[in-house]
Ligand binder design. Structure first.
Ligand code: GLU
Length: 485
């Protein structure tokens, strides 16, 4: 094993990169970067039936978008390639046969029908099925070779000891040990010549000189078997770090199947990758040296330490993610905010018709997710129809009757405004209000409702009037006065 820390993220191309996968990738990346090591991407596609077309390209795309740049991988190369398991298919049989010859594995010729029958019998007895080692006991190696030469299909199975214990050390879970008689003789090499995950992960982690294996706890119970393979080869096993699942709630894992968002979904909804990464990093991990919660990727590299990981499953809280996102949006430069907001705003209005920088300035502190923007500004392009009841404001004791007076008062003041700027609108109207005998809020609330048609707007009456422009403001005001009768 090399001295350099080498970690790998090894997804199977079965769909979008889900958030649990993204978190595994992130921790794996941080571990490598923290130790000045190498981060490897390996595509585990030996279960071809589960492969989803296009999924491999999506993995590359998501990894790059997330900023998880790998040093070695299928599309970037490296000294330990190929990095796609099906392209390594010729390499596995040699190792499987090495185990057959040393007695740690054997050829199995049992047909699907025979195995199905065994399954049924186990089910009837109410016991968990385990291959009964029939071919280990009944088929000698010479006979196996003859049958293979004659073209008979076969698989190679791991010969797990029937007594004793198998175990390994995990960086988070400590020493994990199981009784060997609970373990099944897994298939290592399938009839199509491809390895199963159970075999390929060991061979590839060894050949790629991986020092730290990070993956979900769903592999915790199989890892003792993988360790037996390392022992059979006489190879030094890697350090293992199994990660608890990311949960939707206390009962179920986050899953695309139930409509939980993938990383790509979140980006498409207008979440910033920095916010997602920061939030994901804290799902089950916290730095020991600070109570701070906002971390850039560089901070994470500096602070990441597997000792800060938590064994209990992490719960994915969408509101918390949104809170992180709002923070990162507020931190954007005005130019970057405008650039990111532009496509969302353009869905409902023509940005050239408005003072775009000012609009963005008003929106930036109020944006939690970019996808909210169209609904927030639609009223600027088109006056929504609204009910008179909207004029009612309990705090300022505004009623539709007061609104009628307020609008009648404000109309001539607006019509005479010399300059349509926020300052001029503000100063002129504020100076005039005392003459009306009404409270400031009794004038400004109805005024804003009359020109925007909604209770919540990204700014007050003057800002909205300024953005809408003189002509639209007056038009809307006249229409609202007419509607009030
Ligand atoms: N290919 C496995 C998966 O996608 C990864 C397991 C591992 O990292 O060893 O679940």
């Amino acid at each position: 094993m090399s001295d350099v820390v080498r970690t790998r993220f090894a997804p199977s191309p079965t769909g979008y990169l889900h958030l649990g996968g993204l978190r595994t990738a992130l921790y794996t990346y941080l571990l490598a970067r923290k130790h000045g090591g190498r981060f490897v991407l390996r595509i585990e596609d030996t279960d071809q039936e589960r492969e989803v077309p296009g999924a491999v390209d999506l993995i590359y795309k998501s990894m790059h978008e997330a900023g998880l740049d790998y040093d070695e991988g299928p599309d970037v190369g490296g000294d330990y390639g190929p990095y796609i398991q099906t392209q390594r298919r010729d390499l596995y049989p040699k190792y499987a046969w090495q185990l057959v010859e040393s007695g740690h594995a054997y050829c199995c010729f049992c047909t699907k029908e025979e195995l199905d029958q065994q399954h049924k019998e186990a089910e009837a007895k109410g016991v968990t099925w385990k291959y009964n080692k029939k071919c280990l006991h009944e088929v000698s190696l010479e006979e196996a070779r003859r049958r293979i030469a004659a073209g008979e299909p076969y698989v190679i199975r791991q010969n797990v000891p029937t007594t004793g214990k198998a175990g390994f050390d995990d960086l988070l879970y400590g020493h994990v040990e199981v009784d060997c008689d609970t373990l099944d003789d897994n298939v290592l090499l399938k009839a199509d010549g491809l390895p199963t995950y159970n075999f390929a992960n060991v061979i590839d982690d060894h050949l790629m000189a991986i020092t730290h294996v990070t993956r979900g706890t769903e592999y915790l119970s199989s890892a003792p078997k993988y360790n037996l393979l390392y022992e059979a080869f006489g190879w030094k096993p890697p350090l293992y770090l199994h990660l608890p699942p990311v949960m939707k709630d206390s009962t179920r894992k986050l899953s695309k199947r139930y409509g939980d968002p993938s990383f790509e979904d979140l980006l498409a909804q207008g979440y910033l990758k920095e916010a997602i990464i920061n939030f994901i990093a804290l799902l089950g991990w916290a730095p020991k040296e600070t109570n701070e919660e906002f971390f850039s990727m560089d901070d994470l590299i500096r602070l990441f330490d597997e000792r800060g990981l938590n064994k209990s499953p992490a719960i994915f809280d969408m509101n918390k993610l949104t809170y992180f996102n709002a923070h990162y949006i507020r931190e954007l430069t005005p130019e970057r905010y405008a650039e990111l907001a532009h496509p969302w705003l353009s869905q409902v209005l023509d940005p050239d018709r408005f003072d775009f920088p000012r609009l963005c300035e008003l929106l930036q502190g109020r944006t939690e997710i970019f996808s909210q923007l169209p609904d927030m500004v639609r009223f600027l392009a088109e006056m929504p129809s609204f009910d008179e009841a909207l004029y009612v404001n309990k705090k300022s004791k505004t009623t539709p009757e007061i609104a009628r007076q307020a609008l009648a008062f404000v109309e001539p003041v607006l019509a005479a405004i010399p300059e349509w700027t926020e300052t001029c609108l503000h100063d002129t109207i504020m100076a005039a209000i005392p003459e009306s005998g009404m409270k400031t809020s009794q004038v400004l609330w109805p005024f804003r409702i009359a020109i925007t048609g909604q209770a919540a707007t990204p700014g007050g009456a003057f800002e909205m009037a300024y953005l809408l422009g003189r002509e639209t403001t007056m038009e809307r005001l006249h229409a609202s006065i007419a509607a009030l009768g």
